[in-house]
Design a protein around this ligand. Structure first.
Ligand code: NOJ
Length: 747
């Protein structure tokens, strides 16, 4: 009898346990958040809102960074940045597990264009217009970073960039809101995968909210002064696209916008982002930006800075420590409602649950997976493909390119030929303790390609900067011996990036003088221009017979450049940012207004909206990029010429590869609203199609025009399509319009 009772008791216990576990499993994330949240003290809540930098040179954490470790043990820290690798993240996480509530830490990192495998800089990738490839690049970065203990990247930067004096143009997707929104979406998807918590995904962060790209004069951190209309029409769409892609986090920008610093900007963070867009992730400040409001001058001291930022909706303080030092007092004094802290904490806990960190805080800390993913050969292949897709062919006189693989002698000249690390660009990640320096130099790439058949000669010629021409003689000597000269010039990788605004964006030093000398030999010269931003290089553009804009291409730079030079990849990229003829033209972008005094050609600069001493045209326009083959556009048809707001027009056309190589063309659809209640740009990109075509092949392409493509923000900031006439332009670039027609939107 006793045995039976015991058995029954045992079954009841097991059953209850099972039910408890099952109910824990089926609890919604918000219930799980509450179950932890309800146990938290104010001190622990405020702790979650802090993010500190990890001093990754410190090895014995408790000895060297005792203060941070103690705070973590007390539950006073939510996140660390710049803490990488399974070993190190595991150590910190173990310390977090010693805290009362065992709330796991989040590890954030600037994974901007790759982790161990460095991909091309984001601006270069954007020139591929290849959304799948861009998503894959982010996916691979996420796979590597997540395998190395990282939970969260501070990317993508989705700021619209129209002024190449601003060094951060390299991090974005260029000047156009339509294309940049598509790319923002693809990048968020790539980083985050299909759903939160997948082991090979990391949280993305749309930054910098908002308007940072419009810093006055292109000077980093500078103020932004912009109309509501411009904000909504041009600068906000990529952020909205990130929300649509379910981005987990946002970062505020350093700038003030119309006088209000973004980090304390309630209109941006609460009204637009959290209320109107329904963003359910959390917002982190940029580094120190909470405290920097004292410099801006909208708050008096750190306490006011903390109050302003938390009230505005900034949930996490990156490194200013103003939240840590002031929020408790502010709550006790009744200056900050506890509800604001609670909301911020819940948003952060929610993401920690979604990532599965409460179930297993060490799930991203597998050394075995780290080793495997950081040495995954598929990542290298993808990096090479992405690099090929990012190279823009700017000029190719007399079809100098592609080069034959049977050339006897090539002179490879320039300060960047044998550079290694330069190819990584500004935001590479130095993964501590790992061989993160794997990089194929341009020299190695071309050597790999031509093998022993070709005599490859080298001379540096000159430095990137400075006026020393001593190396010219050697360069000229080898050029004279060669059949072709390849000249690799440009800027240093750290000349373009954060805090790298420049008033002079010419190719630095005597590099263009070197080109001038080389051209006197009469040898054909191919110029490779390496840079993070559009540079001004009029001499090169006007005189070098062939030019490839190679940006910074990452780990596989050399191989990709060789693939393109020798025709194993036919260039297909097109510029996503306008290249000016001079700094005096800045800012310059294709979708400008017509003005009351339109400037329509360089024949007439009289009383029109132009500079009397400058061309009205950029050096290379948005959407421009050549191929080794040629494409013919024909047969434009519109399914109808008039549509109502509920209808659509189907646009079709034929593209034919009329040249001698298989290739890909990026067909661009622009629309101009001819008359609007608000002035409309001379053209706006509204669609595109990147299409592969074999030699001689023709394909039909279809685009759909609907109300959405005709809409804009009117004076009341309503998103509407106004009836009237529209011009449709199909182009190979924003200037090279091949086909045109008009249609009408009816009442
Ligand atoms: C400052 C930069 O503006 C931001 O983009 C970056 O994510 C943070 N530093 C963290 O490194």
């Amino acid at each position: 009898m006793k045995k039976i009772v015991l058995n029954i008791l045992f079954i009841i216990v097991v059953n209850t346990l099972f039910q408890l576990t099952a109910s824990a499993q089926t609890k919604s994330i918000s219930q799980k958040v509450d179950s932890v949240f309800n146990l938290m003290t104010l001190d622990e809540k405020i702790g979650q809102l802090n993010q500190y930098n990890d001093d990754w040179t410190a090895t014995d954490l408790l000895a060297i960074d005792n203060d941070k470790a103690i705070q973590i043990q007390k539950g006073q820290l939510g996140s660390l940045l710049n803490c990488m690798g399974t070993e190190r993240t595991r150590i910190w996480q173990k310390i977090a597990m010693q805290s009362r509530l065992k709330i796991p830490l989040l590890f954030g990192q600037d994974v901007i264009h790759g982790y161990k495998t460095t991909f091309p800089i984001p601006l270069a990738e954007a020139c591929s217009w290849d959304l799948e490839a861009i998503e894959l690049s982010a996916r691979i970065a996420a796979t590597e970073a997540s395998a190395s203990g990282i939970h969260w990247t501070f990317a993508p930067m989705v700021d619209i960039t129209r002024d190449p004096r601003w060094g951060r143009v390299m991090e974005g997707a260029g000047e156009d809101p339509y294309l940049a929104s598509k790319i923002a979406y693809a990048r968020v998807k790539g980083f985050q995968g299909d759903k939160p918590g997948e082991l090979n995904s990391i949280m993305a962060c749309a930054k910098h909210f908002a308007g940072y790209g419009a810093a006055i004069g292109g000077r980093d951190y500078n103020s932004v002064d912009m109309s509501e209309r411009l904000l909504w029409e041009v600068y906000l769409p990529p952020f909205k696209a990130a929300v649509d892609a379910k981005v987990s986090t946002f970062m505020t920008s350093f700038n003030d916008i119309n006088g209000v610093p973004s980090t304390g900007n309630k209109y941006l963070l609460r009204t637009i982002l959290k209320e109107q867009w329904g963003f359910n992730g959390y917002v982190v400040s940029d580094w120190g930006a909470v405290g920097e409001m004292i410099n801006h001058g909208n708050v008096k001291n750190e306490s006011e800075a903390a109050q302003c930022a938390i009230t505005a909706g900034c949930d996490m303080d990156m490194e200013s420590r103003n939240y840590k030092n002031n929020l408790a007092q502010l709550v006790n004094d009744g200056k900050v409602l506890i509800a604001l802290i609670d909301e911020a904490v819940k948003r952060i806990l929610q993401k920690k649950f979604e990532l599965g960190l409460f179930d297993d805080p060490f799930r991203f800390c597998s050394a075995e997976r780290e080793k495997r993913e950081l040495n995954n050969p598929e990542h290298t292949t993808a990096a090479r493909e992405m690099a090929c897709k990012s190279i823009v062919l700017l000029k190719n006189q007399n079809q100098l390119l592609p080069l034959s693989k049977n050339i006897k002698t090539i002179a490879f000249i320039g300060p960047l030929v044998k550079a290694v690390k330069q190819n990584k660009g500004f935001w590479d990640v130095e993964v501590p303790g790992l061989d993160s320096n794997y990089i194929v130099s341009q020299w190695a790439g071309i050597q790999n390609k031509v093998g022993n058949k070709t005599n490859l000669l080298y001379a540096k010629g000159c430095d990137i900067e400075g006026d020393n021409k001593n190396g010219f003689t050697e360069a000229l000597n080898i050029a004279r011996q060669a059949d072709v000269v390849i000249l690799s010039i440009g800027e240093r990788r750290d000349m373009t990036g954060e805090a790298k605004s420049r008033s002079n964006i010419n190719i630095p030093g005597v590099q263009e003088d070197l080109l001038k000398e080389l051209l006197t030999t009469g040898k054909p010269v191919v110029a490779l221009i390496n840079a993070g931003r559009p540079l001004v290089f009029n001499y090169t553009a006007d005189n070098a017979p062939a030019i490839l804009y190679t940006w910074w291409l990452g780990s596989e730079a050399g191989n990709a450049i060789a693939d393109v030079l020798f025709g194993d990849y036919n260039p297909s990229a097109k510029l996503v940012i306008t290249f000016p003829q001079s700094v005096g033209q800045l800012p310059i972008y294709y979708s400008h207004f017509n003005t009351g005094h339109p400037a329509v050609s360089d024949d007439n600069h009289s009383y029109n909206s132009s500079y009397t001493d400058l061309s009205i045209y950029p050096k290379f326009e948005f959407g421009y990029g050549l191929s080794y083959t040629s494409f013919q556009y024909s047969n434009l048809k519109l399914s109808k010429k008039k549509m109502t707001k509920d209808e659509q027009i189907e646009v079709s056309l034929t593209i034919t590869n009329t040249g001698k190589y298989n290739g890909e063309e990026i067909v661009q659809l622009y629309i101009r609203d001819l008359v609007g209640s608000i002035v409309r740009p001379v053209k706006d990109l509204k669609d595109f199609n990147k299409i592969p075509l074999k030699i001689g092949e023709s394909k039909n392409i279809r685009f759909i025009i609907d109300k959405e493509k005709l809409s804009f923000y009117n004076q009341q900031l309503q998103w509407i399509a106004e009836p009237g006439e529209f011009e449709l332009m199909i182009g190979a670039s924003s200037r090279d319009i091949r086909l045109q027609d008009n249609f009408e939107l009816l009442e």
